[in-house]
Each structure stands twice: as structure tokens, then as C-alpha cells.
Design a protein around this ligand. Structure first.
Ligand code: SAH
Ligand code: TYD
Length: 409
């Protein structure tokens, strides 16, 4: 299948390789009395650029529809992620933030999960966060936040007010932003010549290896590789100088970009690019095979849920993740198969899941009366959740996972 959509990085044609069909906004949990006829849908499909190899969505959702006052995702909801960001903050404090009066800017600081550690050390910082509700939570923790979308014009205003930055940082945010030229121009404007832009996002290599297709939804616009990030950096006066593999969120890479020619790239960069080439990671053959595996998971998961229903077993969803929107909508999983999903986020509780309208309830609805099976939508937090929910296992409960394939544990 070919298409005329131009690449958001280099404008060459993007070749579509998988179509998820009509999908809702992954974080648009509906009030119980919502007019369901008004729900917003778009075509979720992914493709790969013929030239720079960047994997990206074929259609863009307007940013104000996704990121607004009521954006429900709170980064601090996982103890494991709080620790991850505390470690990262400490790493930056002891490496890149050691100059006199250092300054760090974070794009998409959310509820301040990382910057509150920086603020606690009295280091000059600014979070740029368009979603007002989570930005207020960060501010209440003592984090300095500017409520706006980061882009080049905002970078110029920050520069005028605060001066150049030693570090610009973004976690699980850069991949959300289709207007990359403006972002990278802004980063270049802000960074000191000796500065560094560090960002971490889900890694295409892990998504393909684990068939974690639910990482693909409205908010995740780009699926980075070392090779595509290298090209994206080069086109914008930056250079990929280091990469670190991370285990969080099902496998990520932390990329370090410096102004071109300022730092020598580490061996890890060349090694990861070579590994990607060996795997033909951005090859259409590889990506279409990934699509075939997604269809197999869809078939197996619906068959399992239908079988359990026929046997009279109870199944509850665990974690009303953004990822779960892709799974439930692709597989047609509604309240008839999964009567509710439990989740710790107050802003999601009492609401209906996007597109499939499964009620979201408090975790007490799960532990109060354990089901026979729990479908783990928050599989990236499996260790933390299974440790917390040992009682479920002890009561004979079983977890259903669908990544890398459908299995019961
Ligand atoms: N960094 C946090 C939050 C990730 S969610 C974490 O890793 O857990 C992505 C965040 O990016 C959201 O809070 C969203 O509001 C924000 N965001 C989206 N577009 C942005 C932009 N152009 N500039 C800054 N933040 C943006
Ligand atoms: P997450 O997988 O981090 O991200 P996304 O929404 O981008 O797919 O979301 C985790 C969700 O799971 C979030 O809504 C909070 C919920 N959750 C629980 O209900 N219990 C838990 O113990 C944890 C760690 C998360």
C-alpha cells in the first residue's frame, strides 16, 4: 500500500504498513452520562518514511484535543516510575548540571515527577507543560511551570527571560509531537553550545520484538530508532552522541543530542545503528510481519475472552492505560467481555473507556471481590502490580497478558 503522506521529518513519502481502523482518543475517558454520539474518532494507521526511516502515524490529531486542562495521565501514579525519574534527576545533577547556576528545562513535565527532585536540590529549572491540571499538580510541589506547548516561539521567550539551558530534557513527550522542526529549532535556541538535549521514548526495536502494538495510539506520533533520530538530529543542527537502553514502559531508549560537532558520539550509538540495520528494523518486510503478529494477537485474545465468557468465568481489566484503547478498540472488547477496568487514577474512575465504553472503577472494586482472571492492560508495570496484588494470585486468580503473545500466568 502506498500513500502520499509526507514524512514529518524529511518530507519524503511515508509507506503505510498497518491500519488499526477507527480509533478514539486514548485518554478521552467519558463521563457516564456523556452523549456517546459525539465521541471523536480518527483513523489510526502507521507508516515508515522511505528516506529517513522514521516510523510515524499517517494522521495527526489536533494537539488541543489531546492535551488540555483535564488530561488525565499522572506520571507519579507508579512508584517504579517515581524511582526511575529520581535516579535520572540525580544522574543529571551529578553530570550535566554541575556548572555555576545551572539551568534545566523539561518539556512535558506533567505532574513534576522529575523536576520536583531538581527543585528539591535548589537548581534553576522550568517545566513546559500544556495540560493545565497536571501542571497545577507540579506547581503545588514547588516546581516552576509554564503552561504552554513547547515550540520555537516559546523557546525564544524562555531564552529572553531565563537565559540558555545546560540541559533540555523530555520523557515520553517528544514522540507525542508531530511538529518536530519547531521543537528542535527551539531546543537549539535554548541550549548552551556545551549543553545537551536528553529525551527518552518507547523504542521501535522493543515494540517490534515484543509486538507491543498497543504503544501505537493518537498521542504516540513517532516511533524512534537510533538511525531515524540520527537523521532527525542532523537535519536540525544537532548530533546523536549517546544512547541508553531502558527497561521502563516495555523498552525505551534515552537519546542524547548535542549541538553538531560539540561532543564525540559514543560507541553505543554506532552499535545500536548497526544492530538496527542487521535486524532490518525499518524494512517494510519486518514491519508487515509485525502487523501479521498483531492480527494473530487480536484473534487469540478475542477467542480467549469469548471462551472464558462461555465458561462463566469473570474477567476484569487492570489499568485503564492509553494503550488499552488500542487493544480494546482493535479487538472489539466491550463491557460484555470485560465488565470493568480498575485504575488508581481518580480522573479516570467513574468514567467510560474511550470507544468501547467499559466502566473504570477504583482498585477496591477488584480486591473487594476478585475475578477469576485479570486482563493486564498496564503490562509495563507488571512487576509492581503483581507484587501489590499477591492476594489475587493467592485467591486463585490468573493474569492474562497479550504481549508478546496471548498467555495466562
Ligand atoms: N514526562 C512525563 C509525562 C509524559 S506524558 C512522563 O514521562 O511520565 C506526555 C506529556 O507531554 C503530557 O503531560 C502532555 O501534556 C505533554 N506535551 C504534549 N505536547 C507538548 C509540547 N508541545 N510541549 C510540552 N509538553 C507537551
Ligand atoms: P501507563 O502504562 O503508565 O501509561 P499509558 O496510559 O500511557 O499507557 O499507565 C498506567 C495506568 O495504570 C495509569 O492509568 C495508572 C494505572 N495503574 C494502576 O491502576 N495501578 C498501578 O499499580 C499502576 C502502577 C498503574
Amino acid at each position: 500500500m502506498s500513500s502520499n503522506v509526507p514524512c514529518h521529518i524529511c518530507a519524503a513519502p511515508v509507506q503505510e504498513f498497518f491500519d488499526f481502523g477507527r480509533q478514539p482518543l486514548s485518554d478521552a475517558f467519558l463521563p457516564a452520562d456523556a452523549d456517546l454520539g459525539q465521541e471523536f474518532f480518527f483513523r489510526l494507521a502507521v507508516g515508515v518514511c522511505e528516506s529517513c526511516t522514521m516510523v510515524q502515524l499517517m494522521e495527526e490529531v489536533p494537539r488541543n484535543r489531546m492535551f488540555h486542562e483535564a488530561y488525565p495521565y499522572h506520571s507519579s501514579g507508579s512508584a517504579y516510575m517515581r524511582e526511575h525519574f529520581e535516579n535520572l534527576a540525580k544522574q543529571l545533577l551529578s553530570t550535566e548540571l554541575t556548572a555555576d547556576d545551572p539551568f534545566i528545562v523539561e518539556l512535558g513535565c506533567n505532574d513534576g515527577v522529575m523536576l520536583n527532585v531538581i527543585a528539591g536540590h535548589g537548581v534553576r529549572h522550568l517545566g513546559v507543560e500544556p495540560s493545565g491540571g497536571v501542571a497545577d499538580v507540579a506547581a503545588a510541589k514547588g516546581v516552576r511551570v509554564r503552561k504552554s506547548f513547547f515550540e520555537e516561539s516559546v523557546a525564544k521567550e524562555i531564552l529572553a527571560a531565563d537565559g540558555q539551558a545546560d540541559v533540555v530534557y523530555a520523557a515520553n513527550t517528544l514522540c507525542h509531537i508531530p511538529y518536530m522542526d519547531s521543537i528542535l529549532a527551539g531546543v537549539r535556541t535554548l541550549l548552551k553550545p556545551t549543553g545537551v538535549f536528553v529525551f527518552e521514548d518507547p523504542y521501535l526495536g522493543d515494540i517490534v520484538e515484543r509486538t507491543s502494538f498497543d504503544q501505537i495510539y493518537d498521542e504516540h506520533f513517532f516511533f524512534f530508532t537510533a538511525r531515524s533520530v540520527q537523521e532527525m538530529a542532523r537535519r536540525n543542527g544537532l548530533e546523536l552522541v549517546d544512547v541508553e537502553r531502558l527497561s521502563v514502559h516495555g523498552g525505551e531508549v534515552r537519546y542524547h543530542l548535542a549541538p553538531a560537532g560539540r561532543r564525540s558520539p559514543s560507541e553505543a550509538v554506532a552499535a545500536l545503528v548497526a544492530e538496527e540495520e542487521r535486524r532490518d528494523l525499518a524494512g517494510l518486510g519486518t514491519l508487515r510481519e509485525f502487523g501479521d503478529k498483531v492480527m494473530k494477537i487480536r484473534e487469540d485474545l478475542t477467542a480467549l475472552l469469548e471462551k472464558l465468557r462461555a465458561e462463566g468465568r469473570t474477567v476484569v481489566g487492570y489499568g485503564a492505560t492509553a494503550k488499552s484503547a488500542t487493544v480494546t478498540n482493535l479487538c472489539g472488547i466491550g463491557p460484555d467481555l470485560v465488565p470493568f477496568i480498575c485504575d488508581t487514577t481518580p480522573a479516570k474512575q467513574g468514567r467510560l473507556s474511550p470507544g468501547t465504553h467499559i466502566p473504570v472503577k477504583e482498585p477496591s472494586a477488584f480486591s473487594g471481590d476478585y475475578p477469576d482472571y485479570a486482563l493486564l492492560f498496564a503490562w509495563n508495570h507488571a512487576e509492581e502490580i503483581m507484587a501489590k496484588e499477591q492476594g489475587f494470585r493467592e485467591a486463585g486468580g490468573k493474569w492474562i497478558l497479550y504481549v508478546p503473545d496471548v498467555h495466562v500466568v
